[in-house]
Write a protein that binds this ligand. Sequence first.
Ligand SMILES: [Zn+2]
Ligand SMILES: [Zn+2]
Length: 464
Amino acid sequence: MAITRESVGTVIRSYRESRGLTLRSLAEKLDVPFTSLSKMESGDQKVDSTFLVSVADYFDVSIDTMLNRTTNPVENEHHKKENKLDIQATLKHVLDTYQEAKYEMLKDHEIGNYVRNVIKDVLVEDADLDEHRFFVTGSVGQGRWAEIPWVSIFIRDITTTATSGYYIVYLFKADMSGVYISLNQGWTYFLRKYMGKLGREKIQATANIIQRKLNTVPANMTTAEINLEGRGDLAKGYENGHIIGRLYEADNLPSSTELINDLKELLTSYKEIEYMMGGRSVDEFNDYLLLSEDGHYLEEDLEQEEVYQDNVQLALDSTLDETEEAIEADNESLPRPDPVLDRSRRQRWPRDARVAARALRLSKYKCALDESHTSFTSKVTGKRYLEMHHLVPMKYQGEFDVKLDREAQLLALCPTCHRQIHHGTDDEKEIILRKLFYDRRDRLEAIGIEIGFKELRNMYGIKG
Ligand SMILES: [Zn+2]
Ligand SMILES: [Zn+2]
């Protein structure tokens, strides 16, 4: 390539653009008016040798190397390696230049391309991200500068948008004093589904549940709250949706090796969420997670059974302002509620701890099989401890058009009777079941739950 005024200008521009620098910011660094730099780049002004040396110094290359490079830095592998950007340099570049860039026009601004593409390329290459599986992108805002510019890594099967679902995101603080790596969630989804304050509660609830469930938390990271120093709704959304992460301070960025290691470790946690989701949509998964926050527990779930029984005891308090007449008058059928989907995409049916708490009150704390059965005293209620059991098992909810999680369905049983109805021999189960069924049959019919004893026996696996 002949060295002409035009070609020198083109080379300077290609170096500048490959670092995502604006004309203004490079001109300032090289101490020339940006109008002169602009003219030099376009070949309208001569580039003197002193200036060329300062350009080469700034980009840390020899003049020889610089003038021999092709105008497209990506086409030239040799020079690409020599000038290879790393993650530390790219994050630093955004932290250093974003405040200034915000005074310029957003449209076609180089920093936009830098955040969307340059950082992405570095992450994809250095963290070995398979782009069929991961989608990496970033943003400095649309129409107006974002308060919090970001770069995200999405598992395509979970989400490809920052507005919904779970993802890893680099979040630049509004004051550019640092950047967080954060396992986070899309806030707009919660905003649309729940609105304002409730949305904030729900996104914090899913963050908390996932924090408790994750087995893998990178050694460098914590679940501590983050502070983006922002004023906008999106900044607050990210703060509330944060699951785990780490702050990198602008004046103390770790090495690129450490940054990439952090990302790889956080990817392990992210993949754990993917596993928990088990192919469910973000909406299906969140509904499932949020059940227990609402005092609902899944039917016949060993993990949840103890929590359910505990919460029935706790919920007793909240039923005390309801009169017994109001509870007993509850004799109309209710429609079947919506199921939630578990990891294997099976339909599951929630149980409400408050419904069982009302039924427990109505039982007068006596075992439904025999009032004389003894038990210990519940620490929470100060009454005889009993466990709540649904006569028609909740797992059959799908076969009924009416709601099964009702007071009439719920039996307060002493722990021995409760274990017996689940784990006894067929004969022992049948003795209990027969009495309970004929005690409750009329009440069940009154709320639309129609079932014969033979059918009920089958549901309990009693043979013959
Ligand atoms: Zn039970
Ligand atoms: Zn009993």
